[in-house]
Design a protein around this ligand. Structure first.
Ligand code: NAP
Length: 481
């Protein structure tokens, strides 16, 4: 008897309900047996006054089904609640975001004929998307970029395991390690370590800006790109444009506790309810879901039918066909259903996702590290010149274990010495030990107490640590040893 899979369905906002309805219809027509549990998240939930945008009944359903087909969720830009998308990804620790793109016959692009087949493997829960932001002063905002060794190792091993199962020969790791040596640098370092366990796969690091350049110039050189969250978010919109646009880019969010399948695109509100948009990305996300569930035959049938539909220039949506010859979302869906079984297909029993448990068992962990506190960066709010502040702080540290080493503003050293930096009221004041001895918490409190006594306002403190004898903190631009 045919197995019925229980899947949580989140229709989403804007164009979400249209693309999700199309996907459900096609999956049913292809013969896969799915029982959908419809739940909600996003705009409608915010309106009910639930600030997370993800109600408990949706969380309960996902805990039960462990599999989600999801429409895009709207997130207001620049104000309001946090993204319900990111909340879902983080709540279920879906650390791997897989975003494949491949060329479609009939969809003419400047790259047609190059047989593009690129998979972006994006870290999905860390980086700037940890969402830890603080206004430091009324004129200075800060967002913490959190990159962890376990987070890097999980996604990088996932990417190599994925490449191995998909018989890919090459992985690029795209980072900004030249500038962010501790965060993006950690990602690069772990990539270099993990790559040694996969000698049959060519591993190459590329700086992310050059990666964007090369993707536009010669995209056929890429097979799999593994990268940090923000880089992957941006680069994957770029790769979708290489093959026809966001209407063609599916994705899977994979973790140990759940898998969430969704189009890369957002809720495109201007097209909502107009029967105009391209449902291909959502349908292909459904195909990825079917492969994840082991429904290889239905997946192969749908993929082939979608490809066949795009080959016919009379059955294309507006994003490719323009206003004059386009068909609507519903007509496109019916055409895909008509084409099911028309195309000759061979169902390959290859999952498009990797068994996360297999990845987790291979994790090597963090090497033992000797740490020693050498000083502290004390961030102050201060209205005045670097010279004014430097003069005060040099005396503050008199007869303490630390001395003022330098002050920077927006990352550039402004004291001691001359500066052309346009300064704001947020200053990093670096205090370092005088005699090479470890600095205690009490010594840092003592310094903070002296600063407070002078009615200076400190806003945050970072310890300066050496790890295995090497500084584990960055220098300011222009700071000497
Ligand atoms: P978007 O919704 O992806 O739309 C950007 C543009 O991409 C559209 O204006 C349209 O381009 C094209 N497009 C997107 N989906 C398409 C489709 N299915 N068929 C054809 N063309 C399509 O991005 P946005 O306007 O930046 O974001 C809108 C909202 O979605 C925001 O609230 C954002 O936070 C949210 N969002 C959610 C997710 C998610 O749920 N995973 C992802 C991204 C964004 P043209 O204008 O050129 O026709």
């Amino acid at each position: 008897m045919k197995k019925t899979h229980l899947v949580t369905l989140i229709p989403g906002d804007g164009i979400g309900p249209e693309v999700i309805a199309a996907t459900q219809k096609i999956i049913a027509a292809a013969g896969a047996s799915i029982e959908w549990e419809t739940r909600h998240a996003g705009a409608s939930v915010f309106k009910q006054g639930i600030p997370s945008g993800v109600p408990q009944e949706t969380i309960d359903s996902i805990n039960r089904t462990k599999c989600v087909l999801k429409g895009p969720l709207e997130t207001p830009v620049g104000f309001g609640e946090k993204s319900a998308n990111v909340t879902l990804r983080k709540l279920f620790e879906t650390f791997a975001n897989i975003r494949p793109v491949s060329e479609y016959k009939g969809v003419a692009t400047p790259y047609s004929g190059r047989n593009l087949d690129i998979v972006m493997v994006r870290e999905n829960v860390e980086d700037l998307y940890a969402g830890i932001e603080h206004m430091q002063t009324p004129e200075v905002a800060q967002c913490l970029k959190i990159i962890t060794r376990p987070g890097c190792e999980k996604i990088i091993r996932y990417a190599f395991e994925y490449a191995r199962t998909q018989k890919k020969k090459k992985i690029h790791c795209a980072t900004k390690a030249n500038i962010m040596k501790f965060t993006e640098g950690l990602f690069k370092k772990v990539f270099e370590e993990v790559s040694k366990d996969y000698p049959e796969i060519e591993a190459q690091h590329i700086i992310v800006d050059n990666c964007a350049h090369q993707l536009v110039k010669k995209p056929e050189q890429f097979e799999v790109i593994v990268t940090t969250n923000m880089n992957g978010d941006i680069l994957s919109d770029l790769t979708s444009a290489l093959i026809g646009g966001l209407g063609f880019a599916p994705s899977a969010n994979i973790g140990e506790h759940a898998a969430i399948f969704e189009a890369v695109h957002g809720s495109a509100p201007k097209y909502a309810g107009k029967d105009q948009i391209n449902p291909t990305a959502a349908i292909l996300s459904g195909v990825m879901m079917l492969k994840h569930l082991g429904e290889f035959e239905a997946a192969a049938k749908i993929e082939a039918a979608v490809r066949l539909t795009w080959e016919n220039e009379k059955t294309q949506t507006r994003d490719i066909a323009g206003d004059t010859r386009a068909i609507g979302t519903n007509a496109f869906t019916e055409e895909v259903i008509r084409n099911l079984g028309r195309a000759t297909v061979r169902a390959e029993a290859t999952k498009e996702t990797v068994d996360v448990r297999k990845v987790l068992t291979k994790l090597t962990g963090t090497p033992k590290t000797h740490t020693q506190v050498q000083g502290a960066d004390i961030f102050l709010e201060f209205n005045g010149t670097p010279g004014d502040l430097g003069g005060i702080l040099e005396h503050v540290a008199d007869n303490t274990a630390m001395r003022l080493k330098m002050i920077s503003n927006r990352g550039t050293k402004v004291f001691p010495g001359e500066t052309h930096t346009s300064c704001v009221n947020h200053w990093r004041c670096r205090f370092i030990n005088r005699n090479g001895k470890e600095i205690s918490d009490r010594q840092i409190y003592d310094l903070l107490f002296r600063i407070t006594e002078l009615k200076l306002k400190w806003v945050h403190v970072e310890k300066l640590q050496d790890f295995d004898g090497k500084p584990a903190y960055s220098k300011a631009q222009g700071e000497d040893a």
